[in-house]
Design a protein around this ligand. Structure first.
Ligand code: MD3
Ligand code: FE
Length: 218
């Protein structure tokens, strides 16, 4: 008897909570209802602090464009990686974190078992087809006990989830519009990255992928 196999790697239905590793939870579709509102806020934030391609201390220009909202923002140039209160490109404070961002991050953290989550920064990444984020760890935050909450919007991407050492072979995790991942506990300091985003059109975001990462930086 013929058995039909799915053509694509299956993605769990919306509303499930899937453990990726100790402390790391994938909340499929958690941001679907909020997505249009979050995208509108991204536009508003970018009209005050525009997306820009930061330069690493090594002198390479990142292919992913970034901006921030919150009390501080993540920034990089030849002098190093750091959090700043003033957007060095505009000379003004980073745009405040919208209440809807704060509530969404808080509720996602709570769904993953992290109560009282109060991030002070949201780094916003914008991917165009072909752009990627190489394997790295997020170690510029003072409090590494607090989880990072990430929200994927727009085009799909393949996320690389590595280990605590750079040489550990990463797992590939497909992330689609509306997915939220909470990275806490022993997973907080694992290596991670994003493979080059494939060409496509998303009905709400066009030819782009956005990723929000909420952090407790200080
Ligand atoms: C796993 N962003 O901004 S979010 C970043 O999709 C970043 O734009 C990616 O990595 C993106 O630094 C991935 C998922 C993520 C964020 C932090 C993590 C995964 C993590 C920290 C530890 C382990
Ligand atoms: Fe990261």
């Amino acid at each position: 008897m013929a058995v039909s196999l799915p053509l694509f790697e299956s993605i769990a239905p919306t509303g499930t909570r899937e453990p990726l590793a100790p402390g790391a939870w994938l909340l499929r579709g958690f941001a679907l209802d909020a997505a249009a509102g979050l995208l509108a806020e991204i536009e508003r934030i970018a009209s005050s602090s525009p997306f820009r391609n930061l330069v690493t201390p090594g002198g390479k220009t990142m292919s992913v464009a970034m901006t921030n909202c919150g009390a501080v923002g993540w920034f990089s140039d030849r002098r190093g990686y750091r959090y700043t209160e003033i957007d060095p490109e505009t000379g003004r404070p980073w745009p405040a974190m919208p209440g809807s961002f704060m509530k969404h991050a808080h509720d996602a953290a709570s769904a993953a078992g992290f109560e009282n989550y109060a991030p002070d920064v949201c780094l916003i990444n914008r991917y165009e087809p072909g752009t990627r984020l190489t394997l790295h760890r997020d170690h510029d935050e003072r409090d590494r006990r607090a989880p990072i909450v990430s929200v994927s919007l727009g085009l799909p991407a393949t996320f690389l989830f590595g280990g605590l050492a750079r040489k550990d072979a990463p797992r590939r995790v497909p992330l689609v519009h509306g997915d939220v991942v909470v990275w806490g506990g022993p997973s907080r300091m694992r290596y991670h990255g994003v493979l080059p985003v494939k060409a496509g059109e998303h009905p709400l975001a066009g030819a782009r992928r956005y990723n929000l990462t909420f952090r407790v930086a200080r």
